[in-house]
Design a protein around this ligand. Structure first.
Ligand SMILES: [Zn+2]
Ligand SMILES: [Zn+2]
Length: 406
């Protein structure tokens, strides 16, 4: 089977189960489930209900698999879907917030290259979260006893995020223009009928009706263009902080490629946005193994967080082989303030670092953390120390960590 199609299907199933708010999200990695449980916990604390309704919009990019990468055991595919997303927040059945916006839904889908012969690959039990192997899980998890078919284990979504998308399809544009024309014509018709029934002439009425159609077409289009222009100005104002980032993002990518030929921008963005969302949704972010900074309280009212597609790299330095990055991440978040749900753009100030002597491991997962000391695997979100030898969890020995956030 074509792996592109497989990733597209997996990501569709994931998106559907995610928007339906099902307790068990389909095809999700343990890392994704850890993030979802934090999000759910936040909503539960406030007694709120958040629903996302995604409808695929069928742009060219929709459902396309942008990137495929192979690593030791897995193949990773980035899938993008253009959607219309309706977000509703309610409390005790009363609607507090509702908005429909275009969003791109990004998923990073992981499939196993060789699960038939390599059953010893560590795998986090989808039921209890304990780490065993692909073979063991097919026999029955040694911790909770649940048995899985291989199709339930792979492929899976390892990262996901949604991104605000200002583009519209041709069909949507036409529909919008037609709507404006019809509104103008409707008003004209009411006026003309009023004149007709108050002693107007039927011949004059028919003539005026033709004229009304012409006016409706011209005026309807002008109104549409005017509104579009206004919106464009508004969007431009909204994006003004992101303009310099495009250049700096390319420069960063180029620089990173020089420092680390393995560097992959997509993967970096997926990881960074996911980590930031986890910090936002966690009530005690110091418990997150990839976060080395002080406790952050700035985001305790965040209900939903979408990426705005921008990262601005402020500066970086390399000290003792460790790369330190200073950057801004542009997010768009729903905040719960004094009983009201407010959408706001947030600039997240972020400091990250990575030991450059460690090659990028695209298979790295905190929920399947491999102990550097004894080689045992465990779920780093559940245990802070290796259950086999007692060593402290050390994410920086493998991957990026976040050292500060504001
Ligand atoms: Zn289990
Ligand atoms: Zn150990």
């Amino acid at each position: 089977m074509n792996e592109n199609t497989a990733a597209g299907v997996i990501s569709s199933q994931f998106m559907k189960s995610y928007m339906n708010g099902q307790n068990e999200v389909k095809n999700a990695d343990r890392d994704v489930k850890e993030m979802l449980s934090l999000e759910k916990g936040r909503l539960k604390n406030f007694g709120l209900d958040l629903k996302k309704e995604y409808t695929e919009r069928g742009l060219m990019a929709s459902g396309s698999d942008v990137r495929i990468k192979h690593s030791r055991h897995y193949v990773h595919t980035t899938n993008v879907k253009t959607t219309s997303a309706e977000t509703t927040v309610s409390r005790d059945g009363k609607k507090l917030y509702g908005k429909k916006e275009n969003e791109s839904f990004y998923t990073y889908v992981t499939d196993s290259l060789n699960y038939t012969e390599d059953g010893t690959t560590p795998y986090c039990c989808p039921n209890c979260g304990a780490v065993s192997t692909v073979n063991e899980l097919q026999e029955g998890c040694s911790y909770c006893g649940t048995r899985f078919r291989i199709s339930e284990l792979f492929p899976k979504v390892s990262y996901y995020f949604s991104q605000y998308d200002p583009s519209a399809t041709e069909g949507e544009l036409k529909k919008d223009i037609l709507k404006n024309m019809l509104i103008v014509f409707g008003i004209e018709l009411v006026l003309l009928l009023f004149i007709l029934f108050n002693g107007g002439n039927i011949i004059e009425f028919i003539f005026q009706l033709f004229l009304a159609v012409v006016i409706a077409v011209l005026l309807g289009y002008s109104i549409w263009a005017f509104k579009k222009l206004g919106k464009l100005f508004f969007e431009a104002g909204r994006s003004v902080t992101m303009l310099p980032m495009l250049k700096s993002m390319n420069e960063f990518k180029k620089k990173m490629k020089e420092i680390d030929p393995d560097f992959d921008m997509d993967y970096f963005v997926f990881k960074t946005v996911s980590y930031v969302r986890m910090i936002m949704f966690s009530d005690d972010n110091t418990l997150l193994p990839f976060f080395k900074g002080k406790k952050v309280d700035r985001y305790t009212d965040v209900l939903d967080a979408a990426f705005r597609g921008g990262i601005k790299f402020r500066k970086y330095e390399i000290k003792d082989g460790v790369l330190k990055l200073d950057m801004d991440l542009f997010m768009s978040c729903l905040h719960y303030v004094n009983g009201k749900v407010i959408k706001r753009d947030d600039t997240v100030l972020l400091k990250m670092e990575k030991d450059l002597s460690i090659p990028t491991d695209y298979d790295f997962s905190i929920s399947q953390f491999k102990c550097k000391n004894c080689g045992g695997s465990y779920n780093g979100y559940k245990e802070t120390k290796c259950p086999y030898c007692g060593s402290e969890i050390e994410v920086s020995a493998y991957d990026w960590t976040i050292t500060d956030i504001d």
